[in-house]
Design a protein around this ligand. Structure first.
Ligand SMILES: [Zn+2]
Length: 430
C-alpha cells in the first residue's frame, strides 16, 4: 500500500539499514539473506497509535465505572504515584508485548511524572518505535503530592530527559513534552512547553476536551474553551497531539485547521468512560489531521489498534450515516495520519521505497475475514490482532509467526504479575 492507496502484489525487499529497498513483482528480487513467504497474506504499514499510556497497563481492571475526573483522582493518580522504576518497566513491557503482537510498531506514550528513564530503557530493549515523555503536572485539584511538581522542576527534568533520549537509537526514540491536560497545568508551564516545541521542533502531547465536566471546568476557570485556550498559549500551531477532542466548540475546528496540531481519536476509551462520540469526520473536513490511539489499559482495556480502527469506522457511521468515513480514510488514521501526527511521515506510515521497514503481515484467509472485499474494508472491519503473523520495526523482526521474538512474553507476564502485587502494597485506594 502506497500513499495513493494502491494495492500491489509484490515482494518487499528490506536492506541492511532496515529500509524498504524495492517493491517488485513476485520473484523478481535478488536472493535475500532471509525471506518470508507471505503469499496470500497482506503486508501493511505497522499501525501507529498516537495516544497511549504504557504506565497504566498494570492498572487494567482497577479503575472501572468512573467518569474522567473521579477516574483520575480516585484511581489513576494514586496508582501512578505508587510506581517505582521496576513496576513502570513491567507495565511498559506488558504494553509493548501486546502492541507488537497486534502489529502496532510506533506509539506516542504519555509517561507518568517520575522514572521516565525506565520507559525509554524499555523502548530500547523491546524494539518498538517510541515517542514519549514525562507527564507534567504543576497545578490542579486532587493531584497527589507524589505527582505534583513545581513548574521549573518539571521543565528542567523534561529538558534533561529530552537531551538524553531524543533521536536516540538512530531516531527510533523521540521525546515529547507532555503536559497532562489544562486542568493540571499553569499558563507558565504551557507557554514554556510551546516555546520549547517551537524552538526545537519537538512534539507536544496532551489531552483536550475529553468530557463535558472537564470542558465546563476549563471554561469556568479560564473563561475560554479548552482547545481555544491551548491555541491562545501557542500550542495549536506546533506539532502537537491533542488526545480525544470529543467536545469541540464549533469555532475550534478552524483553530485546529489553521495550525499544526493533530487530533488523536480514542474511540474505545471515549465509550468506556462515557465521554461521548467525537465528531471525528469533521476534523479532516476542516483540514486537521486525525490519528488513532487506544489510550490506556485502565480505560480501554486493551491496546489493540484493530479494535480502534473498527470502532472509529462504526462510530463515524453512527454519527455521519452509512456513507461517512470510508474504510480507506479510517485506515489512514492509524498509518500515515499517525505518522503525520508524530512528524514522522517522511519515514513511516506507508510502504514506499526509502521508508523505514516498519511493517505488519496479516493472514486474512480466516473465517472472520475471508472475502472478496476491498482490502481496506477487510483491514478496518474484519482484521483482528490475532491475524498478525509477522512484525518488523526498522527492518528488524519483532514478531515472527505470531510469536514475540523481540523479548520474552512469558517473562513479561510473570514480571507484570509480580510488580502489580508489589505496587498494590504501596498504595491506599479509596
Ligand atoms: Zn490519555
Amino acid at each position: 500500500m502506497d500513499p495513493l492507496h494502491t494495492v500491489l502484489e509484490a515482494d518487499v525487499l528490506i536492506d541492511a539499514d532496515g529500509r524498504i529497498a524495492a517493491l517488485s513483482a513476485p520473484g523478481d528480487n535478488p536472493p535475500a539473506e532471509r525471506s518470508i513467504d507471505a503469499s496470500g497474506q497482506v503486508i501493511v504499514p505497522g499501525l501507529i497509535q498516537a495516544h497511549i499510556h504504557t504506565c497504566q497497563t498494570l492498572f487494567r481492571g482497577l479503575a472501572e465505572d468512573r467518569p474522567l475526573l473521579a477516574w483520575l483522582r480516585e484511581r489513576i493518580w494514586p496508582l501512578e504515584a505508587a510506581h517505582d522504576p521496576d513496576s513502570l518497566r513491567a507495565s511498559a513491557r506488558l504494553s509493548i508485548a501486546e502492541l507488537l503482537l497486534g502489529g502496532t510498531t510506533a506509539i506516542l506514550d504519555m509517561g507518568t511524572v517520575h522514572h521516565t528513564d525506565a520507559l525509554f530503557e524499555t523502548a530500547v530493549e523491546t524494539g518498538i518505535r517510541y515517542t514519549g515523555g514525562k507527564a507534567l503536572m504543576d497545578a490542579g485539584d486532587g493531584v497527589p503530592p507524589g505527582l505534583f511538581e513545581p513548574t521549573a522542576l518539571a521543565l528542567r527534568d523534561s529538558d534533561e530527559l529530552a537531551n538524553k533520549w531524543h533521536e536516540r537509537e538512530n531516531g527510533r526514540l523521540r521525546y515529547a513534552y507532555s503536559p497532562r491536560f489544562v486542568l493540571t497545568a499553569t499558563y507558565d508551564l504551557l507557554r514554556s512547553v510551546s516555546a520549547r516545541a517551537r524552538a526545537n521542533h519537538m512534539l507536544v502531547h496532551t489531552h483536550a476536551s475529553e468530557q463535558r465536566e472537564e470542558t465546563d471546568l476549563v471554561r469556568q476557570r479560564f473563561g475560554v474553551s479548552n482547545i481555544q485556550l491551548l491555541a491562545n498559549l501557542g500550542l495549536a500551531d506546533t506539532n502537537a497531539c491533542f488526545a480525544h477532542c470529543v467536545w469541540p466548540e464549533p469555532e475550534e475546528f478552524e483553530v485546529l485547521a489553521s495550525g499544526g496540531a493533530s487530533v488523536v481519536h480514542c474511540p474505545s476509551c471515549n465509550l468506556k468512560l462515557g465521554s461521548g462520540v467525537a465528531p471525528i469526520a469533521d476534523y479532516p473536513e476542516h483540514g486537521a489531521d486525525v490519528a488513532l490511539g487506544a489510550d490506556g489499559a485502565a480505560s480501554n482495556n486493551r491496546l489493540d489498534g484493530w479494535e480502534e480502527l473498527r470502532l472509529a469506522g462504526l462510530l463515524g457511521k453512527y454519527r455521519g450515516g452509512p456513507t461517512a468515513l470510508p474504510a480507506v480514510d479510517v485506515f489512514e488514521f492509524a498509518t500515515i495520519g499517525g505518522a503525520r501526527a508524530l512528524g514522522l511521515d517522511v519515514d513511516i506510515g506507508s510502504i514506499e521505497v526509502g521508508k523505514s521497514a516498519d511493517l505488519a503481515i496479516l493472514n486474512l484467509r480466516r473465517p472472520h475475514a475471508l472475502g472478496p472485499d476491498d482490502v481496506y474494508t477487510q483491514l478496518v472491519y474484519s482484521a483482528r490482532a490475532g491475524d498478525v503473523r509477522h512484525v518488523f520495526v526498522c527492518g528488524k523482526a519483532v514478531v515472527s509467526d505470531g510469536v514475540l521474538v523481540a523479548f520474552d512474553e512469558a517473562d513479561a507476564l510473570a514480571d507484570a504479575d509480580r510488580q502489580r502485587s508489589l505496587l498494590l502494597q504501596r498504595v491506599q485506594l479509596t
